[in-house]
Design a protein around this ligand. Sequence first.
Ligand SMILES: C[S@@+](CC[C@H](N)C(=O)[O-])C[C@H]1O[C@@H](n2cnc3c(N)ncnc32)[C@H](O)[C@@H]1O
Length: 202
Amino acid sequence: MKQTSPSADRNRGVIRDRLLDLVPKGARDLLEISSGTGQHGAHCAPAMPNLRWWPTEHDAAHMASIAAYVADCSSANFMAPQQLDVMDKNWPAAVQPETADVIVNINMIHITPWKACVGLLRGSRRKLGADGLLIMYGPFRQRDVETAPSNEAFEVWLKSQNTAYGLRYLEDVAEEAARHDLLMCEVVAVPANNLIVVFRAK
Ligand SMILES: C[S@@+](CC[C@H](N)C(=O)[O-])C[C@H]1O[C@@H](n2cnc3c(N)ncnc32)[C@H](O)[C@@H]1O
């Protein structure tokens, strides 16, 4: 059954529009990690008919929701969901496509332990071809930028759920990404104090 996330409803338009700018025209395979309800893929895939959008999820209930959105999608390039846990060291070999041109990860690294971010970065480099892009969306902290009050309040809520959760410093994510040969190449500010961050595979 299709699930609905109010935040996905709010941000899917901005995410689609920015992805249309950022995803290279020749990209053929886009792997989405932590697709949640499936709303982002359902909204974006029809706007990108030249590539296949491969949704993945960790959570079984979300898998069923994504499958319902895929079944209802007017566009055949929204592929069936695959199970993927970024903390599984073998995830790059376990999911299709064999090589991705682009990986998209929306709103995951603040609501998982830091080792999920490391697993995402490590595995993404193995999954991407040369010059492939990892595009992340979500709230971040930045060392030289004051954090918005709404994000400070969100951090309090995240920590109340699990002390291992929390907004990540962009600088820490970029440093970890560089260890995995992913170089931060673009940061785009988007509404509601979120960022879109682009990493390019070396
Ligand atoms: C806040 S939701 C975001 C979902 C969706 N991307 C969105 O923006 O609506 C965080 C997602 O991370 C997923 N997740 C949690 N741990 C994960 C893991 N170890 N590997 C992959 N995904 C994970 C959850 O199942 C959930 O769908």
